[in-house]
Unconditional design. Sequence first.
Lengths: 352, 286
Amino acid sequence: MRQTETQTQAIIDVRDLVKVYPGRGPGTQEPVRAVDGVTFSVAGGEFFGFLGPNGAGKSTSIKIITTLLAKTSGVVTLCGRDIEREAEAVRRLIGYAGQSIGVDGELTGRENLTLVGHLYHLPAALVKERVAELLAVLQLEEAADRPAYTYSGGMRRRLDLGSGLIHRPRVLFLDEPTTGLDPQTRNAVWEYLRKLHSEEAMTIFLTTQYMEEADQLCQRLAIIDRGKIVAEGSPTALKAEIGADVVTIRIARDEAFETNRSRALTIAQKVPNVRRAQSFEEGVSVHAVNGGETLLQIVRVLDAEKINIQQLALSHPTLDEVFLQHTGRQMRVEEEKPASRGGPWRRGMRRN
Amino acid sequence: MATEVTAVYDIRRRYEEARSGGMRSEVAWVAWRSLKKLTRNPFLIFFSLFMPLVWLLMFSQTFGTMFSRGAMTRGVPLPYDFVAVMLPGVAIMTAIQSASQSGFGMVADIDSGFMDKFFVAPIRRTSVLLGKMLADGTRMAVQSSIVLFIAWVMTFVAGWRIPFATGFFGAVLIVLLATGFGIAFSGLSNMVALRSKSTETTMMVSFTLTFPLQFLSTALIPRDLLPPWVQIFSSLNPVSYLADAARSLIVTGYDWPVIGKACLAIVVFGVVLQGLALQAFNAQGK
């Protein structure tokens, strides 16, 4: 009974969520609509994701749903409970691992988990049992009694994940769980998340800026940009919407770039088999039923028209194309490098 | 498969329905964490004890000569050393110093994301503040006890003349007064930390306010030796009431009206500053 109930009901239900940050300080007087009318729901047992660039409103949304941040308007319920009126009940049902790893470096791994276990009012014996179990599962047993500042990035991430799982939550919220991790560690985290989802019947909601992560893990995802959901569906369905191969033409960056790009767009639109052509920052993206043949045709025409091409690519549609199709921009991933903060696509909207 | 999933739900329910330990346990665990951190940091322990000892030795040596020559007592020699006059003040200033640093940890926890662990857990926000006060208070009590203990040892070792008029229980009362005031005063540092989220700002505000509070008071020098304008300021300064009470416990004996005033100063100051800190704390994430 309980099982059917939790599996058919929407576990997370978000209606018209809006968050406006008041403008603060010089230069940012304008209020920022970080989340601008987001509506979606997640069913019990689902692996759901928010995919979007930095500043899209992912972190803000997840912080509101996990009761860490107050919303401006909208209705959010978790397992049928209002996140504001029944905040305490909601907190017992959810686990959260944030973007900045909330691990106390001066405490050992075991102490970190023990502390959090007691914050969830678990009896001491149960805390002990659960901490030992998590340390084993997360492969932190050997390092368990060392201060966490001695841990590697991957170990800290796992420990943080552990503290979000200590109370066996029904829903796990992960805010960019693999940002800053090396590919190998990233794969290990993915593996563990898949296991959690399948073996513990856990509902997982993650945000990510990595196409591959969303594609690999999420059963269903929402693409979010500038505070709005622009597309929603399973990765396969989203990619199938494009229904064609993708030809990406990058135009050479010379003084004629702008004209060449618009000329290339007009040309591409006239080629038979082309379903859709669209320009983006670096050139033109073309969806065509028979990609290989179309590629040749386009090249011939562009060559005849003396348009300098920098690079040509033929691919099956990825979430990149889905994002491009819905936003007219390519989604770029920004690695965690403090020096590069504040690129043009960030639009100064990110709040932690 | 179906039974396995049901088993998962059963286990989960055990965790969801656990309500072990109320608010007291929440406060205790928050305090446990802060104190654990403190014990992991030997430099912090050393220097938080070092500063009051430096004051005790430095002030007693420099001002002590003036005092013993009668310069500060208008020619009337007293049966005790200057260190007896300033010892209670140093015990209180020790607690104030600790209190002024209280907000740093708050900023660090917000920056690191650790604070979110507290906010996402089903505990009361007040528990987090109370736990922090408990940990800070423990630290202050230990520090001021050590100051008093070393002064007591010095009466034997270096021949310091300190009357300790109320003995051991008076010393305990001084520690309690110092700790109580330290906890009250830590509200300021925490409030600034929570509003500014910056260690630099917290440090600046704390230091700029801490020094006049300490030196424009009767903490180190009795009231009638202060210049008139400082006397006026010091009578508005809660630190003076604390210092007067603590000094009476060392020099003369239990002076309950003076001790009562000190307690009142703690309560008034504490309610205002901690109220502001709580307000700032509750505004997090709003």
